[in-house]
Design a protein around this ligand. Structure first.
Ligand SMILES: Nc1ncnc2c1ncn2[C@@H]1O[C@H](COP(=O)(O)OP(=O)(O)OP(=O)(O)O)[C@@H](O)[C@H]1O
Ligand SMILES: [Mg+2]
Length: 262
C-alpha cells in the first residue's frame, strides 16, 4: 500500500478556554482519495481541516506528512492548497493574474508562472476568461478561478471548506461533476467539508461522518472509487442507496446530540 499523504495520530484540539473542538482523531489520507467530511455545525470539520493545513497546531497527538512529522517537514515541504467558500479574488486584477498569485508569492520567474496559469485555467474550463476581472464573472466562475489558483501550485493535497455552499444547485452540480473529473483524471487528492449529504455522496470515495461534543469521527463510509461520477450516477439507484445510508448515519449523530441536550 502506498504511503499516506497525511496522517493524524491521536491528534486532538482543545482551544484556549477549554473548548475541546476535536477528541483524538486517527486518520490516514491515501493518494487519490476524495474524502468528504459531514456532520452537524460545531462538530470540528473546519478544525480538522485547519490541523491538516497547519493553521492550527494539535494540543496533543501527531500530524505526519508523507510519513514525517509536520515540524520536521516544514511549511515549504507540505504542498497543499486550501479553497474557502469565499473565493477572495483581487478585484482589480484579471483572472490570469489572480491565478498566478501563489506563484508570484513563491518567487517563481514570471515567464514560468505565466506558462503554468494557462493549463490551470484549462483544467477548470476558464481558458476563455483569462482577461476578465472578477466583477465580470458569475459566482460559479469566481469559484473556478479560486480552484485554478489552488491547482496552479500542483499541490499533493487540496482542502476545501464548504466550497460551493453559496452557489445555486445547478452551478454546484456542474462544479461537482467537474471536480470529480479533475480528481479522477489528475489523481488529485482532496478533502472537502460540505453540509450537503448529496454532494458528499456524489463526490467522495470515503465519507467521514463527524459527531459533536467533543468533535470526533463517528463513522466512515467507503464509496467505490471506480464509479464514474456523472449525471447517470446522480440518477442511479446506487446513488440513492448511498444517500440513504449517509442520512441514517447523520441521524445517529443528531439523535445522540438530541439525547444529550434533553
Ligand atoms: N479559534 C477558536 N477558538 C475557540 N473555539 C473554537 C475556535 N474555532 C472553533 N472553535 C470551536 O470548536 C468547535 C468546532 O468548530 P468548527 O469550526 O471546527 O466546527 P464545524 O464543524 O466546522 O462547524 P460549521 O459546520 O458550523 O462550520 C466549536 O465548538 C467552535 O465553537
Ligand atoms: Mg466549519
Amino acid at each position: 500500500m502506498s504511503l499516506p499523504i497525511v496522517e493524524m495520530l491521536a491528534a486532538e484540539k482543545t482551544f484556549p478556554g477549554g473548548v475541546q473542538a476535536l477528541a483524538p482523531v486517527e486518520l490516514s489520507v491515501r493518494p487519490g482519495e476524495l474524502i468528504g467530511l459531514i456532520g452537524p455545525s460545531g462538530c470540528g470539520k473546519s478544525t480538522l481541516l485547519k490541523l491538516i493545513a497547519n493553521l492550527h497546531t494539535p494540543s496533543a497527538g501527531e500530524m505526519r506528512w508523507w510519513g514525517e512529522d509536520f515540524t520536521r517537514v516544514g511549511e515549504a515541504g507540505r504542498r497543499l492548497s486550501f479553497v474557502f467558500q469565499d473565493p477572495t479574488l483581487m478585484p482589480w486584477a484579471d483572472v490570469a493574474t489572480n491565478v498566478r498569485l501563489p506563484l508570484d508569492l513563491d518567487g517563481i520567474p514570471r515567464d514560468e508562472a505565466r506558462a503554468r496559469v494557462a493549463p490551470a485555467l484549462a483544467q477548470v474550463g476558464l481558458s476563455h476568461a483569462a482577461d476578465r476581472t472578477p466583477a465580470q464573472l458569475s459566482g460559479g466562475m469566481r469559484m473556478r478561478v479560486s480552484i485554478a489558483r489552488a491547482l496552479v501550485t500542483r499541490p499533493d493535497l487540496l482542502l476545501m471548506d464548504e466550497p460551493f455552499a453559496a452557489l445555486d444547485e445547478f452551478t454546484r452540480n456542474r462544479l461537482d461533476e467537474d471536480m470529480a473529473l479533475l480528481c479522477a483524471q489528475g489523481g488529485l487528492t482532496t478533502i472537502f467539508v460540505t453540509h450537503s449529504l448529496t454532494e458528499a455522496a456524489f463526490l467522495s470515495t470515503r465519507v467521514l461522518v463527524m459527531a459533536p461534543d467533543p468533535g470526533r469521527i463517528h463513522a466512515e463510509y467507503a464509496i467505490d472509487p471506480t464509479i464514474v461520477r456523472d449525471e447517470a450516477f446522480r440518477l442511479s439507484a446506487e446513488f440513492a442507496a448511498i444517500c440513504r445510508d449517509l442520512s441514517a448515519l447523520l441521524n445517529e449523530v443528531s439523535h445522540a446530540r438530541a439525547a444529550a441536550d434533553a
